[in-house]
Design a protein around this ligand. Structure first.
Ligand SMILES: Nc1ncnc2c1ncn2[C@@H]1O[C@H](COP(=O)(O)OP(=O)(O)OP(=O)(O)O)[C@@H](O)[C@H]1O
Ligand SMILES: [Mg+2]
Length: 239
């Protein structure tokens, strides 16, 4: 029997005196895909941060491949094959597109792995190839998001944790990003997707978990989620 790639067991998380998660349990099997949905402030980003080691659980445990990672550092989560594509833009604004790619691939893959990885990034997002000499800070919001996504995808994570990838993107770019995620999924990368675009998330992911005020209120197959999603978002919009 294989272990889940990620397991949160009864995890709570706090920001100072504020408690954001209350006993969250969830598992993601290797190659599986889970959409995490919920209202603003429900705790989705906090789950993504705990899952990638950016925020420590105040109680409960986090396992990666069956190994207890609860007290491990962020880089150890990355070494275990977990990649976190955070909310917002995360590029080096004063460097070119290509310099951004080279810097992150050199760190992750070593110098010799860089050229092939850069070409792969351009194959995933041709627009980045067209703009390889452009200063990253002058890219459009969507192009910057592609750049930060390319940086994590080429490293072939075993689990990609993506938080609001489509935020602020034009629908056509969102479609492009989701096509890329779908092909990444096809290569066996597991996904934890936090997304406001519910229908994209449902289409991409096999399973859905709903988060409500820091607790999981529903979990099930995407095909059964629509009614639960609507009810949930309707009930908890007043926070
Ligand atoms: N650094 C922080 N310090 C204090 N409170 C925080 C911090 N980060 C998040 N919170 C609080 O924790 C709760 C959960 O926040 P979180 O960002 O996980 O929600 P979310 O579901 O991702 O919301 P959104 O859909 O708006 O992105 C919120 O009430 C938020 O105000
Ligand atoms: Mg969030």
């Amino acid at each position: 029997m294989t272990n889940p790639i990620l397991e949160l067991r009864d995890v709570s998380a706090e920001y100072g005196p504020f408690r954001a998660l209350f006993g969250v349990s969830l598992t993601i099997e290797p190659g599986a895909s889970l959409a995490l949905l919920g209202a603003n402030g429900a705790g989705k980003t906090t789950v993504a941060r705990v899952a990638s080691g950016l925020v420590s659980a105040s109680s409960g445990s986090v396992f990666v491949d069956g190994v207890d990672m609860t007290t491990k550092r962020t880089y150890e989560f990355a070494q275990a094959g977990l990649a976190h594509a955070p909310e917002g833009r995360s590029v080096f604004a004063t460097f070119t597109v290509e310099e951004n790619l080279v810097l992150s691939f050199r760190r992750a893959l070593g110098r010799r792995g860089v050229p092939a990885a850069v070409e792969e990034a351009y194959a995933l997002f041709p627009r980045l190839g067209e703009r390889r000499r452009q200063i990253a800070g002058t890219l459009s919001g969507g192009e910057q998001r592609m750049l930060s996504l390319a940086r994590v995808l080429v490293e072939k994570p075993r689990l990609l944790i993506a938080d609001e990838l489509s935020l602020g993107l034009a629908p056509i770019v969102v479609d492009e990003v989701y096509e890329t995620l779908s092909s990444i999924r096809g290569t066996g990368t597991a996904l934890l997707i936090v997304e406001q675009h519910v229908h994209h998330a449902l289409e991409l992911c096999d399973e859905v978990a709903l988060l409500d005020h820091g607790t999981i209120s529903w979990r099930g197959p995407s095909a059964e989620a629509t009614e639960a999603v609507v009810n949930h978002l309707f009930d908890s919009g007043d926070r």
